[in-house]
Design a protein around this ligand. Structure first.
Ligand SMILES: [Zn+2]
Length: 170
């Protein structure tokens, strides 16, 4: 029986950068975790879960470890538990009113503050996940591409990650 809580999390999966960065197969694995988790988020024993989702036990174990590295699962007394991730409180804090979005876009002349392109979104400069607020000074007009690429990083972290990726392999 799915509780409201898990259905809510399911919708938010689409906007969670931790999930957005997963490879496609792991995204599906995570959805399976949500489907088989109890209301407390605890997953069934690995053998039971493997049977339920028709996966190889070792393969499943590898995937669960990878999901844990991505910050989506936790080990709790020998069991795997789905992290709460974006709770309803965070969601309320994160959501901007349409009128505030419009005002920020107007303030920034609908120009993406990262690339200078046309902006149709509003970005939290310091991401909510790192304590960023909905204050005017923490909001910037952004294009879809920059907003998506930046995800839950600060501008400095975003640039550093880009530079790391572009650095030639030693
Ligand atoms: Zn941009």
């Amino acid at each position: 029986m799915a509780s409201k809580y898990w259905i809510k999390l399911y919708h938010e999966v689409l906007d969670d950068p931790k999930i957005g960065r997963l490879r496609v197969a792991l995204k599906w694995r995570f959805i399976e975790c949500l489907l088989v988790a109890g209301d407390d988020g605890i997953l069934p024993q690995i053998d039971d879960m493997a049977w339920r989702v028709r996966a190889d036990v070792e393969e499943l174990e590898t995937d669960l470890n990878e999901l844990s590295d991505a910050g989506l699962l936790n080990r709790v007394a020998g069991d795997w538990q789905v992290n709460r991730g974006i709770g309803p409180e965070d969601r309320i804090r994160r959501e901007l009113s349409q009128s505030k979005k419009r005002k920020i876009l107007k303030r920034d002349n609908h120009i993406c503050q990262y690339c200078g392109g046309e902006a149709n979104q509003v970005d939290h400069i310091i991401p909510v996940s790192q304590g960023g607020t909905n204050k005017w000074s923490n909001l910037a007009a952004a294009c879809w591409k920059c907003n998506r690429s930046k995800w839950d990083r600060t501008p400095a972290q975003w640039i550093a990650d880009k530079e790391n990726r572009n650095a030639p392999m030693a």
